[in-house]
Design a binder for this molecule. Sequence first.
Ligand SMILES: [Zn+2]
Ligand SMILES: [Zn+2]
Length: 760
Amino acid sequence: MRTLLHVTGIVQGVGFRPYVQQLATSLGLAGWISNGRNGVDIEVSGPDERIRQFILELQSGFPRPGKIATLDRKELSALAQDASGFHILPSNASESPGTLLPPDQTICAECLNEVRSSTNRRYRYPFTCCARCGPRFSIVEGLPYDRVRTTMRTFELCSACRNEYEDSADRRFHAEPIACATCGPRVTLISPMGSEMVRGHDAILRAAERLRAGDILALRGIGGFQLLCVANDGSIVNTLRTRKDRLEKPFAVLFANLARIEAEAHVSAAERIALTDPSGPIVLLQRKESSTIAPEAAPRCPLLGAMLPTTALHSLLAEAVDVPLICTSGNLSGEPICIDTDSALQRLGSIADIFLVHDRPIVRPVDDSVVRESARGIHIVRRSRGFAPLPVFQLNDRRCIVGLGAFMKNTVSLNVRGNVVMSQHVGDMDDVASVDLLETVTRDLLRFYDVRPDIIACDLHPDFPSTRLAERLALEYDAQLVRVQHHHAHVAGVMAEHHIHDEVAALAWDGYGFGLDGQAWGGEVFVVRPGTGTRVGHLQCFRLPGGDKAALEPRRAALGLLAQTMNDDCLSLVKDAWPEGSGQALWNAMQRGFSAPWTSSMGRLFDAFASLLGIRHVSTFDGQAAMELEWCVKENHFNLPDPYPIPLSDGACWTADLRPLVQASLTDRSAGKPASEIAAKFLASIVDLGVRCCERTGKRKVILGGGCFQNDLLTRALVGRLERNGFDCFLPLQVPINDGGISAGQVAAASYMSTMGGGA
Ligand SMILES: [Zn+2]
Ligand SMILES: [Zn+2]
């Protein structure tokens, strides 16, 4: 019999055609396979039972990151003559694309062995890859995925590579980005002035020497430039910090192999899997006391962001240097990463002493991803290289919906025929280049999938650059504009990821989101159904003197909190936080209501406590104060102390009264109790508040969303307590829990809202 199969999903760029050919051949089936823009078509003919087995193995055996989303089957009449052999036919580019674009893959073990083997023809070749590994998303210009539509098209295969490409028994059979030293891209070491110093393997060796001597290297990687220096010398790390204007935010560290990581940090089974996953993310680990990494790599931070080599180039360099390397995005703080050598020389010329570059064009910037193990296993903190643009969840909605996100850590999401794909990390919208990149990434995704938006979703905030882009695109495409309240987007994303369709409770805790009443929300309790939700509770509001300035100055939140909960005698308690007299002046201005908006933000409450406890008055990066408050707590999540009281008011929308909390903690502070002890009690109080809020809703399912839940201690303690009290807790794993996940949540919310006719 003869059967036609149509397969969609992540089936291009992941070695699917050779896999299918080998499978069919091993079962003695004849036929063909062809890439189309709308998926992959397969025809097989042979005995009935063999075809059944073929389909079964196809669905179960195809290795990751490949994924079959749908498989349609049609029986055909038998051919007059028996077909022979199984062939890969040329791609059919005429249909509209239903294939999902594969992400970049880190080098596989087999390729790494070849690079290390002196008898292999790819010995020390830095761009070694195969059908299972190598660049994808960062080099693909269009679908279907073929070499002619990647930046590898300019490198013509040599005869040895062509033989591999055409040999169905070879690991490189139809592997589009393959190359070798004869025919492929090369590395070159250049000076900041752009003059060529040395090429090939010697360039890597020279770069390693310079790194060991204390220089800072700009390396052109898979998805853009990275900045590297040795990680075991604090003064060198600080030089990089000063030049990059990134004073305290933790840096990631690149290690040559897993054993090196395990010498520096505790690695759990799940973390080991994450480190060696083909996505190759930075994994946040618990640093060992004995670690040799300079504390300057992550000041005061008990964590170590570790990563393994993502490419042969990384591996060759890391092995040649032979000490762990700081590895951070090649940008000035706040800007997108550089992808072109010319722009890197211009923008990174004052940071790097030397540049290791190559001649394979990068189509789009793709930063490193970050993951962490928490209450629910490994979750994605920053979704970028290795994950983008894979789908984060599915919707029962075929309309093209674009979500443009909010402000911080922004991304773009797109519903393509029911698959919600999320872009790489774009960045904060306070940088012009990042705002431009948001538009580029949006148009890139629309062009790739050849779709026109039916709906464009954005934040409620009228002045976000992402909102203005949404308004402009909605006009251009004549699409419906749906404005989604920030915290509803957080919650909707988690509901979509976990297929929740009933009415549930939700805690949406973060730093800032524009509320339905126009105020700054962030410590909210909701009862939600898909597409609609009611705010049933929130933190007592307090003022933020200076508005946005408070995000990086916890002492301002502290002043606002004190003004709302104490009298002005207490100003003496925070005098250390301020230069002589300036606290009093700000206090007076705030009392007159001058530039001091109200907020119910949990993130700002954490900031206020960090300042009140003397942990941090001024931050150098978003979230720093809350993190340091968490790190100063000595207890683990099982044995937090008894909470301070936070009474909840009655009524349709309860308010959490912060006065007893502030009063009791300041009394403890005056009595000389250590900050770590009060911080632990503060965390316990927030956990207790969360549990009581959930109980009041009467719902048994609880959604947690928003950046505050990046606080591992808070989240583990809260989830633990909720579960012991019989709740089912849901946190996002694929979608970042911080604002990096907002775009996907907006797509889900817009889908639900526009089918139900509900409001925000
Ligand atoms: Zn490989
Ligand atoms: Zn070659």
